[in-house]
Ligand binder design. Sequence first.
Ligand code: AMP
Ligand code: GLY
Length: 428
Amino acid sequence: MGLTVLVVGSGGREHSLVWKIAQSPLVDKIFAAPGNPGMAKNAELVPIPVDEISRVVDFAVKQKVDLTVVGPEMPLAAGITDDLVKHGLLVCGPSRAAAQLEGSKVFTKNILAKYGIPTADFRVFDSYDDAEQYILTHRLPVVIKADGLAAGKGVCVAETYEEAVEFLRNVMEKRIFGDAGERVVVEECLTGEEASYIVFTDGEKIVPLPSSQDHKRIGDGDTGPNTGGMGAYSPAPVLTPEIEQKVVREIYEPLLAGMRAEGMPFRGILYGGLMIEGGVPKVLEFNVRFGDPEAQPLFMRLSSDIVPLLVQCAQGKLTDARMEIDPRPTVCIVMASGGYPGSYQKGFPISGIEDAEGLGDVVVFHAGTATRDGKLVNSGGRVLGVTAAGDTIRKAIELGYRAVEKIRWEGAYYRTDIGKRALQREGG
Ligand code: AMP
Ligand code: GLY
């Protein structure tokens, strides 16, 4: 009998997880809670929202699920792993305590400082007045972060004092992110180029995925408001083998040792958001899960079975896990509903996905899609992750955009410059 796997989540990241897990000869059955229409080919969809943790746990127990893989941060920060483990179930994801690496920026900065891990200089405040006073003496730009989870909107890189104070007021006084704004981190602004470094870890050993790079802003040229991520590519040439070694030695090894010393070993997927300047990597943030959209181009390059890695992380012993990586670069272009990250209209029929995939070396991952009257429609901000592989990054980008052009719905929006930085680095 093969394994039964439950994937928790409904975005492009979770679709790519289901797609990759379905390729494993070890797996018989996949459930996705709540999943999306794109996953229905490979998984049975279970209509339980990710924030109803006790229902997800009950389902996993009842179905005797062999492995649960949690996509988004919210259930991890709320302790879904602890709950599943209590029932004797295997789950690839950190405990509630270890998930503080994403759930609390104050926790993370204090751990980084305690274990001498390079990051921006910072101060923590729990009083609005003290924070404001400090900000007004800080040089610009200044970075302000709400302590808790804020759906990717809790960070402000302020160019002016007005902007800084307005954000601080929204976070600490108006509490636009609720309790997440009880405390703030105020830190220096780092410059350089960002990269994502995502590893499987059992708490001690790491098996890294290749580097990748996200595009957080809505507009071409990294303009406009932040989003969940408008596209990604892998590898990120900024992360050279020499810098990668530094990242492992100076960041991941001491961090994991620190978490063990604190009595909260980190098992699962650890995603470092890094800033690299002059060959020096520093930590911007940690996430305790795969990136979205980074997972999509990464899993397309992962040619070996993902399931042993997930199982061994869950068991806390990455022993014989290995990873084979397709050397070809991959690119994921996110297609979003017009208006995102602001308000947008839902329910427009989507066409052209089969034509796009018909190009070959293209996979279209679903995020905010739904089925209405038998038709596929847009139902969320980020709708599709069009992912393509090529012999060079340029070829992957060209193929990805050819695929995007085959897909239509009213108001569809995408950035036209995904992967441009990688091209520039390669002198292309
Ligand atoms: P975070 O949610 O912590 O990843 O922050 C979101 C984004 O804000 C990051 O991807 C960076 O682009 C930016 N950011 C966060 N911290 C800093 C910093 N200290 N200096 C410059 N940019 C930052
Ligand atoms: N792509 C950014 C994130 O997953 O947080």
